[in-house]
Write a protein that binds this ligand. Structure first.
Ligand SMILES: [Fe+2]
Ligand SMILES: [Fe+2]
Length: 268
């Protein structure tokens, strides 16, 4: 877990998850230091994480006004309820479906909820944020964030990639990742996280990329990739090539048993 700031009013809270056989997946949350501070996603859900303490290095949690949940997958919700306790003035920005999904484990208090759909905006004092549904997503509650003051796009799972090393997964800038590793990792992630993209009409899918092309983000902050600045063409070309991609098929039981056998101690 490490924290770094950018020149776009953003602090990146960078963690990672090692996925056997795939690589090191960055897992990022963010703070937008707006007049009304915004936390975007709340980290992994494993017991060893203390998101609120980590966040405290970037901002006093009491000052947080908005917790924008890009979607309620467990690699994004780890610190959610602790942060709600630590940030009494904060509301959770999510969708009706997001509230519903969260309620299957632990309901959100509805007076702490702010419902926002793609295309709608949120005034955070010194800027407008708006919701954007990224072209690739794995959860129907997904809403990315456009910061209209800085031009930054927070793309949720879209553009993510498992990377070959922990160093790459903790890079501050995606240019530190080799272009071949980046492209291969992003295509792999698309096949893992959005397997439905194999079945989509390429023309219809490409129309979902157009809003990002028009926006021409100053930086793309994915929850699963180092920050990408000045690489919009590369990133959008990658998306363009995902319709028809072969879906990922994970190891089966025989592969699991073969792997476990390598862990067993030699017989006495
Ligand atoms: Fe997800
Ligand atoms: Fe995710």
């Amino acid at each position: 877990m490490q924290t770094h700031t950018t020149d776009q009013d953003v602090t990146v809270l960078n963690d990672m998850a090692e996925i056997p056989g795939l690589g090191f997946l960055p897992v990022n949350a963010f703070v937008i230091h707006a007049e009304q501070p915004v936390v975007i996603d709340t980290g992994l859900s494993t017991d060893d994480k203390d998101f609120v303490s980590w966040l405290s290095g970037a901002i006093d949690p009491v000052d947080v006004r908005w917790i924008w949940l890009t979607h309620p997958d467990r690699d994004h919700t780890g610190g959610l309820y602790d942060l709600l306790d630590a940030a009494p003035h904060a509301k959770v920005v999510t969708t009706f479906i997001g509230v519903g999904i969260l309620s299957t484990a632990r309901p959100l208090p509805l007076d702490r909820v702010h419902l926002l759909n793609p295309g709608q905006s949120l005034d955070v004092g010194d800027r407008q944020l708006s919701g954007l549904r990224p072209p690739l997503f794995d959860n129907p509650a997904t809403v990315g964030v456009v910061d209209h003051k800085t031009g930054a796009l927070f793309s949720s799972d879209c553009f993510g990639a498992p990377l070959p090393s922990a160093d790459a997964a903790s890079a501050h800038d995606v240019r530190e990742v080799g272009p071949d590793d980046l492209r291969a990792g992003q295509r792999l992630w698309a096949s893992v996280d959005s397997p439905w993209v194999q079945n989509v009409d390429p023309r219809l899918f490409r129309a979902t990329i157009d809003p990002i092309r028009s926006l021409d983000p100053s930086t793309i902050f994915s929850t699963h990739l180092p920050a990408a600045r000045g690489l919009n063409r590369t990133m959008l070309e990658m998306l363009d090539g995902t319709p028809g991609i072969d879906p990922f098929v994970g190891p089966d039981q025989a592969a699991l048993e073969a792997m476990l056998a390598t862990f067993e101690p030699a017989p006495a």
